[in-house]
Design a protein. Structure first.
Lengths: 446, 453
């Protein structure tokens, strides 16, 4: 599971050789550790909008070193680019080129975050062109950044302020090491819902969370991350994985629930366990999933149906049970694990991609149902993540998978877990029905 | 009352205690966890008793979120036990996720070890001495202790006491080649030299238990256990271990025809009357089990389920040495005593868990209870003790299918029965009662009554 190449090109001879040959030199990403500063170095807030002023004031209250104008040759931790008032394509140039002058001063592991409004049918064509233009701009910029720096955007629905709880939560997420492997992505904030975390290092304190597929890999990382963030955990996996599940449960001080999620009564059993032990359930993380890869010409019933059944049908059925339960009513959160395969497709994965795209459809349609209880449902779509599963991919294919993204490396299970923890937090309540990619800006797909 | 038999009447105080007229608390079964049982020499061949007991305990901790919890007391034991495991249960606690401040003790009562840990700890809870407990048991027939001969042991011990070289040489000269052969643990009864199977063969012949009846019981055991697995019954009773997710001995596809083809292995001197085969006898098995017990208050405070209460228990022993009763027939006496004390009859029991040491053990027990003369002369009753409704017997399979790691069987039965009773009680809207009966080496037996909550 270790990326030997990345280790090699960080030191001595390996570094020199890679440099001379123009080989990729993946950076060591800045990853979150509890108690560490949100970001090191000053944060430059660019753009002459009211929201830019509001954000700068807010960031000051976070004890950050905030700049409204660049100081030449001062290393910057982050650049926040407020583009929320652009009315036509011509309005993009000034703020963007002003920010461009500071790009060379962005420190390794730095951040660029745009703040904008969504293009919609209600806009004038020119305004929509400008707003949509930000999309292409940011995604291209993210591909130009080096040294583990990332570029992401926050898109605020009309009427939602940049200083709303979820906008600030998204900004905090993007600035922090929690978003290390999220690159070239936008988070849409659709409502003013959300409670700022009382303790930013324990954003899930007091929450009861279920994680499926928690015995190993990404599921185990989700369990550890939610535990670190203060949640009390119920860990679910198939009975056959019970020994690994028990080990993770004992590590994170949670309970192990051995359960095949494709059983008809899985939702009832999850709710029953949560109600018995904790009186309620706050967070449901649908992580369990399987692959049964085959070219479609060779696909059979069992390979197709098992993937659909576990990856999407089970989630639908469990969600139905949860939404019908009085124990899942207080700002409930659901986070599902989708996949970039569900966005871009993948040869040999017609069944898997159908199931994962299905998850995204489910998330979109379920968002209003959750919103009616003050809750939310979102998905994360991991790209190439270093797990036991990807370690079994043949070497050449694996190397391509690893390098074909803006960060030139695979992500870790914890990178996926960090994004899930963020979406599960109350501060993120205004983010609903979204799919957020954790892929290092993979070249394939969107 | 017969003077020859074992009276079923108990002392008056005991009756009032059991009836709850003194202020005893309830001891409840919260749940259990075991590792799948493996045939000796298979999946757990390289696992020690300590490994397996710790794994079973860690699975229990994970199931109920008991990490760092200080449990009132943990009691477990093993029948085949290394001398190095003098503090087996405490060592398992120290190796587990429980608080290191959890006390523990070992207990040993042959195959009744597991059930006796439940009974003893439940009694402590009832008395208010502890609020929570874990009962358990483990056995490895694969990792059995091998000991040196008495001759070699004698020489080694004398050597350690010798002071001079000549003394040492003189002691060493006593060694003979035969002293160097190691001794494997025997399964024979020390006082009769007969193995447990040979003892049961005598009882089987005495009660005229047919081969067909034994095979049918074995078949039902496998069928019931397989069905329980299919229905997900064991999802919250078992945690996989070393690649095994189900009991290794389970033959879901066995048939009466297949069982009928097996050759007798015990009582072969009985000729045509030899009926006991490898199919209707339990194999040597490795495994471990645990049961979480608590007072109602403790269970409520920890938001834990209360499946069933441990109502009462009884131990009995028989004089098998002089052939008065069969080696494994002690429960035949214990159960009537227990039921009479509780004012119950066999008809009041919803589920029977009679440990299948051998199919014939169960059938001999049932036959003795249905026998008029035995009831009168040996149980001190007016006639036969009664019949067991077979549809209520070992409904989720028993030792013939699951296997029988001696000390682990009690915990397996108690946790499964408590879950079964709880579901039955919910369905029927009235408390369901279960009876556990475990026979043991040395002519002993321990039986207990559980009642659903």
């Amino acid at each position: 599971m270790t990326d030997k190449y990345a280790q090699l090109v960080h030191h001595g001879v390996g570094r020199n050789v890679a440099k001379r040959l123009g080989l990729p030199q993946p950076a060591v990403l800045r990853r979150y550790q509890p108690g560490q500063p949100l970001i090191t170095g000053p944060v430059l807030v660019q753009g002459n909008t009211a929201e830019a002023d509001n954000l700068a004031a807010e960031l000051l209250s976070w004890d950050l070193d905030v700049r409204r104008h660049a100081v030449p040759r001062e290393k910057l931790g982050a650049i926040i680019l407020a583009l929320d008032e652009v009315a036509g394509p011509g309005d993009l140039e000034k703020p963007i080129l002003t920010a461009a002058a500071s790009l060379r001063d962005l420190a390794p592991g730095g951040r660029v975050v745009t703040v904008s409004r969504p293009a919609s049918e209600a806009d004038s064509p020119a305004a929509a062109a400008a707003r949509q233009g930000i999309d292409g701009f940011l995604r291209s910029l993210a591909k130009e950044l080096r040294g583990g720096a990332t570029g992401n955007g926050i898109v605020l629905r009309e009427g939602v302020q940049a200083t709303s709880a979820s906008s600030l939560a998204a900004l905090r997420f993007f600035l922090s090491g929690r978003s290390a492997y999220v690159d070239g992505q936008f988070i849409n904030v659709s409502s003013t819902s959300g409670e700022p975390a009382r303790d930013v290092d324990q954003p899930l304190a007091g929450k009861i969370a279920v994680v499926t597929g928690a015995a190993r890999g990404i599921g185990a990382a989700i369990a550890r991350t939610l535990h670190r963030d203060g949640a009390t955990l119920i860990l679910v996996d198939v009975p056959a994985a019970g020994d690994q599940l028990a080990a993770v449960a004992n590590e994170v001080r949670g309970t192990a629930l051995q359960l095949d999620i494709s059983r008809d009564d899985a939702g009832q059993r999850i709710i029953g366990h949560a109600a018995q032990r904790h009186g309620r359930l706050d967070i449901m993380v649908h992580n369990a999933g399987i692959t049964r890869d085959k070219l479609l010409a060779n696909m059979d019933h069992s390979k197709w149906s098992s993937v659909i059944s576990i990856n999407i049908t089970a989630q639908l059925r469990i969600n139905e049970a949860l939404l019908a339960s009085e124990h899942f009513r207080e700002s409930p959160r659901i986070v599902s694990v989708a996949s970039t395969s569900g966005i871009a497709g993948n040869r040999g994965q017609t069944n898997y991609a159908a199931s994962k795209a299905g998850v995204m459809g489910m998330v979109t349609a379920s968002a209003p149902l959750l919103a009616s209880h003050g809750g939310s449902i979102n998905a994360v779509a991991p790209g190439f993540i270093e797990t036991e599963m990807t370690a079994r991919i043949p070497f050449a294919v694996r190397e391509i998978g690893r390098r074909l993204n803006s960060l030139q490396q695979g992500g870790t299970p914890t990178d996926v877990a960090e994004t899930i923890a963020f979406l599960a937090s109350d501060a993120a309540a205004g983010i609903n029905g979204q799919v957020l990619r954790v892929c290092g800006q993979n070249m394939v797909g969107a | 009352m017969s003077t020859d038999g074992q009276s079923t009447a108990g002392p008056e105080e005991a009756r009032s205690l059991a009836a709850g007229t003194t202020d005893l608390r309830r001891a409840v079964i919260v749940g259990g966890n075991r590792i799948p049982f493996a045939r000796a020499g298979s999946a757990y061949a390289k696992s020690s008793n300590l490994d397996m007991l710790t794994a079973a305990l860690d699975g229990l901790i994970a199931r109920f979120g008991l990490q760092d919890e200080r449990i009132g007391e943990v009691a477990a034991g093993a029948v085949l036990k290394h001398s190095r495991d003098f503090n087996l249960t405490r060592e398992a606690v120290l190796g587990s996720a429980l608080s290191a401040e959890t006390p523990a003790y070992d207990l040993q009562q042959a195959c009744a070890t597991g059930l006796e840990t439940v009974v003893g700890l439940a009694n402590k809870i009832k008395l208010g001495q502890i609020d929570s407990a874990v009962a358990g048991g483990v056995d490895s027939a694969s990792d059995a202790p091998v000991v040196v001969s008495e001759g070699l042991r004698d020489v080694i011990l004398d050597l350690s006491r010798a002071k001079t070289l000549p003394q040492r040489l003189q002691i060493l000269s006593r060694l003979r080649p035969k002293d160097l052969a190691p001794l494997a643990p025997g399964t024979a009864e020390p006082r009769t030299g007969l193995s447990m199977g040979e003892h049961q063969a005598l009882t089987t012949a005495q009660w005229k238990i047919s081969r067909e009846a034994q095979d049918e019981l074995a078949y039902n055991s496998h069928r019931n256990l397989a069905a329980a697995y299919e229905s997900g019954f064991f999802d919250d009773l078992l945690t996989p271990y070393r690649g095994l997710a189900r009991d290794g001995n389970l033959r879901a596809d066995t048939s009466l025809e297949k069982l009928a083809t097996l050759k007798p292995v015990f009582g072969k001197n009985l000729g045509a009357d030899a009926t006991m085969t490898a199919g209707n006898s339990t194999p040597l098995t490795d495994g471990a089990s645990t049961v979480l017990l608590a007072s109602e208050t403790w269970a409520d405070a920890h938001d834990l389920p209360k499946l069933a209460a441990v109502v009462d228990a009884e131990a009995a022993a028989v004089d098998f040495v002089h052939g008065k009763d069969g080696l494994l027939m002690a429960p035949v006496f214990a159960v009537p005593r227990l039921l009479v004390r509780q004012g119950l009859t066999l008809a009041d029991i919803d589920f029977f868990e009679i440990h299948e040491a051998f199919a014939a053990t169960v059938l001999s027990t049932l036959a003795a209870w249905e026998d008029e003369e035995f009831g009168r002369t040996r149980l001190g009753l007016e006639g036969a003790f009664g019949s067991v409704d077979r549809s209520r017997l070992n409904v989720n399979g028993s030792s013939l299918a699951a296997g029988h790691p001696f000390a682990a069987t009690g915990g397996r039965i108690v946790a499964s029965l408590a879950k079964q009773l709880h579901a039955k009680g919910r369905t029927d809207g009235r408390p369901a009662r279960g009876l556990v009966s475990v026979c043991a080496a040395g002519g002993q037996g321990v039986v207990a009554i559980l009642e659903s909550l």
